[in-house]
Design a binder for this molecule. Structure first.
Ligand SMILES: *[C@@H]1O[C@H](CO)[C@@H](O)[C@H](O)[C@H]1NC(C)=O
Ligand SMILES: *[C@@H]1O[C@H](CO)[C@@H](O)[C@H](O)[C@H]1NC(C)=O
Ligand SMILES: *[C@@H]1O[C@H](CO)[C@@H](O)[C@H](O)[C@H]1NC(C)=O
Ligand SMILES: *[C@@H]1O[C@H](CO)[C@@H](O)[C@H](O)[C@H]1NC(C)=O
Ligand SMILES: *[C@@H]1O[C@H](CO)[C@@H](O)[C@H](O)[C@H]1NC(C)=O
Ligand SMILES: *[C@@H]1O[C@H](CO)[C@@H](O)[C@H](O)[C@H]1NC(C)=O
Ligand SMILES: *[C@@H]1O[C@H](CO)[C@@H](O)[C@H](O)[C@H]1NC(C)=O
Ligand SMILES: *[C@@H]1O[C@H](CO)[C@@H](O)[C@H](O)[C@H]1NC(C)=O
Length: 344
């Protein structure tokens, strides 16, 4: 008993030293999780990356980033270019490889889908030509930002995308080419589940994604997001093609923080509602190549933040309300307004 009393403080002291040492090593040798590191390397190796090529004339990349060049086996992946780690736990939470010149298939079994802690994923402007958005995307439930714009992906978007309930920004747009043979399709059921689950969505860019099967009732679910939505791009989506009635803009009485709205090349064919004047934060309004008719509502000129207004190729009647009226209502200059009104 006596010897135990003697031993106890001695043991406790050693235990304390051991704890200190563990803390110290885990702090100094903090490394990206081994699993994440190998998933990233396998992801990189599944593509061909030509580091001597330059972006083509039509590319939106001014240069390629080639961030993956800094990815080497045996080094801390939290230090790699394009990779962001959680400071506490060292798992990968962010990956930005936009304009990295990744060429190849984004396969269904891609190791990217193993990075379960990812919050931000940007693979924009790479070439995964012909790949689709696989079911694995639904495993990345922590994603707040997903950007797969201009990656050449096509086909049906997996319905598991609706598992991404934390999404704040989703960009699946493609403006490099309008190859309708190779389009992405977002089905009506997936749309509905996504819009109802991703209640924090602020940015939705679906330019050239085929959503033509979405009906009016499903479209109006956007109203549930109206207090958060800042950017909505549904241009060239085939939207409205299958609506039975004249398409009314789904934004009557919206009073939202919306700053960017593009519905160009959709078949909306109603008049522009007077209530568009409620969208007072709009800076970009694209309504070209629809079938809007009737007289432009004067409330349009209440949109004092507008810097781009595209009304071209519609069936408006009458005159555009005179520009001076518009300018006098814009007291908070400087204003750089580009109004495109050919064949109004
Ligand atoms: C890589 O790009 C360069 C420059 O465009 C080109 O000359 C070369 O053939 C490409 N390499 C491969 C393997 O495609
Ligand atoms: C993915 O599947 C293909 C065959 O379909 C296989 O060759 C490849 O090794 C698999 N990749 C991984 C990371 O499991
Ligand atoms: C996508 O799914 C729809 C219906 O589920 C089907 O009609 C269409 O052919 C599919 N498209 C592709 C590219 O697989
Ligand atoms: C909504 O998101 C949660 C969390 O990811 C998921 O468990 C659920 O299945 C999703 N619901 C739908 C309808 O996709
Ligand atoms: C997606 O990424 C591209 C390239 O980095 C960028 O230009 C674009 O603005 C991003 N989209 C969103 C919604 O942030
Ligand atoms: C969507 O909004 C409508 C009307 O504002 C509301 O009745 C409905 O409960 C909302 N749906 C969900 C799933 O939040
Ligand atoms: C818009 O609001 C007005 C007045 O608040 C109301 O009379 C009208 O029914 C509303 N329209 C829609 C489409 O909700
Ligand atoms: C536009 O502004 C005028 C006065 O500045 C106001 O009377 C009108 O109600 C506004 N309309 C809208 C739709 O906000």
């Amino acid at each position: 008993m006596g010897s135990f009393c003697f031993l106890f403080p001695y043991l406790a002291f050693h235990l304390f030293l051991l704890m200190l040492l563990t803390l110290f090593t885990s702090y100094t040798f903090s490394m990206c999780k081994h699993h994440d590191s190998s998933a990233l390397l396998q992801f990189k190796n599944s593509f061909f990356i030509n580091t001597s090529s330059q972006p083509g004339f039509w590319s939106h990349c001014s240069s390629f980033s080639f961030k993956t060049e800094s990815w080497k086996t045996g080094t801390d992946c939290c230090e790699w270019d394009g990779v962001t780690c959680d400071i506490m736990y060292d798992y990968v939470i962010g990956l930005d490889l936009s304009c990295n010149n990744l060429n190849g298939e984004l396969a269904a079994n891609s190791t990217i889908f193993q990075l379960k802690h990812l919050q931000q994923l940007n693979l924009a402007f790479n070439d995964f030509f012909g790949s689709s958005v696989h079911a694995g995307i639904g495993d990345l439930v922590k994603l707040t930002h997903l950007n797969l714009s201009n990656t050449g992906i096509s086909g049906n978007i997996s319905s598991t995308i609706s598992h991404l309930s934390k999404l704040v920004s989703l960009d699946l747009s493609s403006y490099s080419y309008w190859n309708m043979e190779q389009k992405l399709e977002l089905g009506p059921l997936t749309w509905k589940k996504l819009i109802l689950n991703a209640t924090n969505l602020r940015e939705l860019h679906l330019n050239t994604v085929d959503i033509s099967l979405i009906r009016e009732r499903s479209l109006s679910l956007l109203r549930n997001l109206s207090s958060s939505l800042v950017a909505l791009d549904l241009s060239i989506t085939g939207l409205q093609e299958n609506f039975p009635s004249y398409g009314k803009l789904p934004l009557s009485n919206w009073s939202t923080p919306l700053r960017y709205l593009d519905l160009s090349y959709t078949a909306f064919s109603d008049e522009i509602p007077y209530s568009i004047g409620n969208l007072k934060y709009l800076t970009h309004l694209g309504l070209s190549n629809c079938n809007f008719y009737a007289v432009l509502p004067l409330s349009l000129w209440n949109l004092t933040q507008l810097t781009k207004l595209d009304l071209s190729t519609n069936n408006f009647s009458g005159e555009i309300p005179p520009l001076y009226y518009f300018q006098t209502s814009h007291t908070s200059l400087p204003l750089v307004l580009e109004i495109i009104t050919s064949t109004v």
